[in-house]
Design a binder for this molecule. Structure first.
Ligand code: ADP
Ligand code: TRP
Length: 321
């Protein structure tokens, strides 16, 4: 079973990314052949600042490696190092109806957020389909927000196969539903674009400060509180043991507890959770050559698969000899 997923290098990774996607990516490595890449071509659809794109790419690589990416087993590379994927994007574009892309909500959402609608942003799902199909992926673990893109991929692959014969494996989505949306410190979905994140490797003092700022309601200390409506409790669910969580639930419901108390403990638990990986991250930061070597090696392994699929697709559509 081949598992494939991509993550955009769009800024510092946060605990929403970790609990919503990365943790599952890392767990899947034990039992499957995993292909993970950093989607830098995709980042160009919304970031025209070259230094940032380059730095973010290395930053994401370091985070994944520090958190336990198995660089021997898992194929891990930078998307743009296998440029075959852009040629496949063109072949797929020619069987992709405009209407299919016009229906994509992520494009509409990004434009609504104020991003200027360039063609790359519109065609983004076709590049994503090429990513998935060129590596013969069976399963694509993504957050619920990406489900539509996997459906588009299946549709495009089906159309190509119907027109030109069976070239592509039709992938399944694998929606990561093990955690609900992780809230940010303002209570909205935690997201780089909302400036409400707690970064995975943020300095400890800054984690404490941000957590003390988490928005809560104004229920007085002595009164009972509803854990299911509290942003602090939602984050405690991710890092507290079952027993400890039950104790906090009890404290919330009985009253006599202030949110400040829960926040202090939350900060310590989050810091503890990522503590074991900080040193590894610092070592990698001081050895960027090693990180680049891992990406180059991954690109070589990924390219071997990509060239084979692209050759089949080119032949199928009538290009070349
Ligand atoms: P951001 O919104 O910060 O730009 P991305 O869209 O790059 O994050 O998301 C990368 C991955 O992390 C996706 O698979 C997405 O589903 C997951 N993810 C992002 N934010 C959250 C969140 N707040 N809760 C759960 N999962 C999230
Ligand atoms: N669009 C995905 C996101 O923003 C990233 C991505 C690009 C991806 N290509 C992919 C995810 C292929 C899965 C498979 O999260």
């Amino acid at each position: 079973m081949r598992i494939l997923s991509g993550i955009q290098p769009s800024g510092k990774l946060h605990i929403g990314n970790f609990f919503g996607a990365m943790r599952q990516h890392l767990q899947l490595q034990a039992e499957h052949s995993c292909f993970y890449f950093i989607a830098d071509y995709h980042a160009l659809t919304s970031n025209p600042r070259p230094t940032e794109v380059r730095e973010n790419t290395i930053d994401v690589a370091i985070d994944y490696m520090a958190l336990g990416l198995d660089t021997e087993k898992t194929v891990f590379w930078r998307q743009s190092d296998v440029s075959e994927v852009t040629e496949l994007t063109w072949l797929l574009s020619c069987v992709t109806p405009m209407g299919l892309l016009q229906r994509c909500t992520s494009y509409k959402d990004k434009v609504a957020q104020g991003l200027s609608p360039n063609h790359g942003l519109f065609a983004y799902p076709v590049l994503q389909a090429a990513d998935i199909l060129i590596y013969n992926s069976d399963l694509v673990p993504v957050g619920a927000d990406q489900k539509q893109h996997i459906e588009v991929t299946r549709d495009i692959a089906g159309r190509f196969n119907n027109t030109y014969g069976e070239v592509f494996t039709i992938p399944q989505d694998y929606i990561i539903e093990s955690v609900a949306v992780v809230p940010g410190i303002d209570g909205q979905k935690m997201s780089k674009s909302y400036g409400n994140t707690i970064e995975i490797f943020e300095p400890r003092e800054s984690v404490r400060k941000k957590i003390m700022k988490i928005v809560t309601d104004s229920t007085p200390v002595e009164e009972p509180k509803d854990p299911d409506k509290c942003n602090v409790f939602a984050l405690l669910r991710l890092v507290a043991s079952k027993d400890e969580l039950a104790e906090w639930e009890n404290k919330y419901r009985s009253g006599g507890m202030g949110y400040g108390e829960a926040k202090k403990r939350l900060a310590e638990l989050i810091i503890e959770h990522f503590e074991p990986y900080r040193q590894k991250r610092a070592d990698l930061e001081n050895n960027i050559d090693k990180v680049k070597e891992v990406l180059a090696n991954g690109a070589e392994r990924a390219k071997a698969v990509a060239v084979e699929t692209l050759t089949k697709a080119r032949e199928a559509v009538g290009l070349g000899a």
